[in-house]
Write a protein that binds this ligand. Sequence first.
Ligand SMILES: [Cu+2]
Length: 156
Amino acid sequence: MKNVIILVLLSFICSPLSAAETVLPVKQHSLTLSGGYLRTMPPGQTVTAGFLIATNNSEVDCQIVSAQSPLTERIEFHTHLHADGMMQMRPTKKVMVAAGTTIRFEPGALHLMFFNVNKRLIDGQTEPLQLNTDNCGSHSLTLNIRSVLRPMMDHS
Ligand SMILES: [Cu+2]
């Protein structure tokens, strides 16, 4: 029920509001988010990575411009680069999800980086995440917390 209310609110936010726009065919400006998860952190660590799939079935390009979580004030979008035989992570301000495409945040590629995480993450629990876009509204999803067997990527 709560999800239905959120969807109604989002579709309102995404609707054309001005009289000039209402004469145009109504386009859905919307992202579908799925498969979200967050990795647990080794003891003493406060940095972790999150992953999800963002699908844009609308006719409008959507750029993800920020991410919000109760866990931290600081979430960055990172991409991986291979340079001189080294794997490097680079922050990127925005993530484009072009009309009709799917973008995957996944290990070894584009990912969400959570800094200064304010509590221990426990395998099997969940955390909410909200992604904000430029012209496709804000969208929430649930991240499942998963433990990792391999070490965290180095951010030093
Ligand atoms: Cu990173």
